[in-house]
Write a protein that binds this ligand. Structure first.
Ligand code: NAP
Length: 354
């Protein structure tokens, strides 16, 4: 059965792959675009990724504007959507709290409002740190009573991007529950390239990590041998997103999209370095010390690493039982992740490293 879908963030990395998958399976998509004049380029990209470009239609808008900045005619168009996929976010380090909140928190609430008013499902993409309850407690998020959280203090600790992703998650859930509306949330680990083509966009955290390693900027492994950076392939992620989005049993549910056998960070850096033909860092440096070093003016830029990115390197392992049940229900498996990383490295080397 094909339905119409509304998608925010369709021009981004995960969004492009989501559009390819939705349109390849016959779904017409309305894509919220800040620059709809780029629709030709987006359609070409969707086609390259295996989708059907004739099913991709732009609506001009911006999640930081009231009612998403949609014209009356476009509101009418998106009113035929059966699912609203919310992926748009300012995904960058160094955001001010005001800016991050205006886009990532208020923007998510605007998309939630649209979905609730139309009585359609909201499929929102969160992040795996939202399932790391130890981490949430350590940074002052009261996940059982989020309204008791001192959000400015959380933003101070983890930065604008992560602070706003956490706040938007709890704000949207509360809003949807109060509105009696239907939502499903997928929490991805750090996303790596497509398992076959290795396709990834420049600026993605994993692409930057590979580039930094290639350029010899990794002098030591952040954290201990227990630290890891869980990853997931973009194709597994969008497969999980589309399966849960249309599953009535997933109303008001959340799921992690994460490859639990991701090796520890030392081993992952070793494998990536091997593929790049560079020396792998061996010594460890404590995260706290590294964070302090990065606060020294100029050092963060020299190492091309932001203290905010260190929040995602953790020792916590996750309860994957729900994800596994869903994998069985949808007959979904992770691709060969060693090969996926290899293809991602090849892609980054070919396109982003000169
Ligand atoms: N990639 C990861 O490793 C990862 C991991 C966990 C969670 N996530 C989450 O997954 C989602 C997608 O991530 P991604 O990696 O695909 O991000 P991305 O490549 O940075 O794409 C971000 C998208 O958001 C759009 N956007 C930004 N500000 C907007 C605004 N004010 N109004 C409308 N659209 C706006 C961008 O549109 P323009 O083309 O106009 O800039 C772009 O389409 C995000 O919610 C992110 O937090 C990603």
């Amino acid at each position: 059965m094909s339905v119409e879908c509304f998608v925010t963030g369709g021009t981004g990395f995960v969004g492009q792959h989501l559009l390819a998958r939705l349109t390849a399976t016959g779904h017409k998509t309305w894509v919220l675009m800040r620059s709809p004049e780029n629709i030709g380029r987006l359609r070409q990209q969707v086609e390259r990724l295996g989708g059907n470009p004739t099913y991709v239609h732009p609506v001009e808008g911006d999640i930081s504007r009231e009612e998403l900045g949609l014209s009356e005619a476009d509101k009418q168009r998106v009113s035929s959507a059966a699912v609203a996929f919310h992926l748009a976010a300012q995904f960058t380090w160094g955001l001010s709290m005001e800016h991050a909140r205006a886009v990532n928190v208020q923007g998510a609430l605007r998309v939630a409002r649209l979905a609730a008013n139309q009585r359609i499902r909201l499929l929102m993409v969160g992040g795996y740190m939202l399932q790391n309850l130890t981490h949430l407690a350590s940074i002052g998020v009261d996940h059982e009573r989020p309204e008791n959280t001192n959000w400015p203090a959380v933003y101070d600790r983890v930065g604008g991007y992560e602070g706003s992703k956490l706040e938007s998650h709890f704000s949207v859930m509360r809003y949807m529950q109060e509105a009696g509306a239907d939502y499903t949330i997928v929490h991805p680990a750090t996303v790596c390239g497509h398992s076959e083509s290795g396709h990834i966009l420049e600026g993605q955290p994993l692409a930057e990590l590979i580039r930094n390693l290639a350029q010899g900027r990794f002098k030591a492994v952040p954290g201990s041998p227990e630290h890891w950076l869980p990853v997931v392939s973009v194709d597994y992620l969008v497969a999980m997103i589309t399966c849960v989005a249309f599953d009535p049993l997933m109303a008001n549910q959340q799921v992690l999209a994460l490859y639990e056998r991701t090796p520890n960070l030392q081993e992952m850096l070793g494998r990536l370095a091997n593929m790049l033909g560079v020396k792998a860092p061996r010594r460890h440096v404590a995260i706290g010390l590294l964070r302090w070093l990065l606060s020294i003016p100029g050092l963060a830029a020299r190492f091309a690493i932001s203290a905010e990115s260190l929040n995602f390197i953790q020792t916590q392992r996750f309860d994957m039982r729900h994800s596994k049940q869903l994998e069985q229900r949808y007959q979904l498996t992770h691709p060969d992740m060693a090969r996926t990383l290899e293809n991602t490295v090849r892609y980054v080397k070919g396109y982003f490293i000169n």
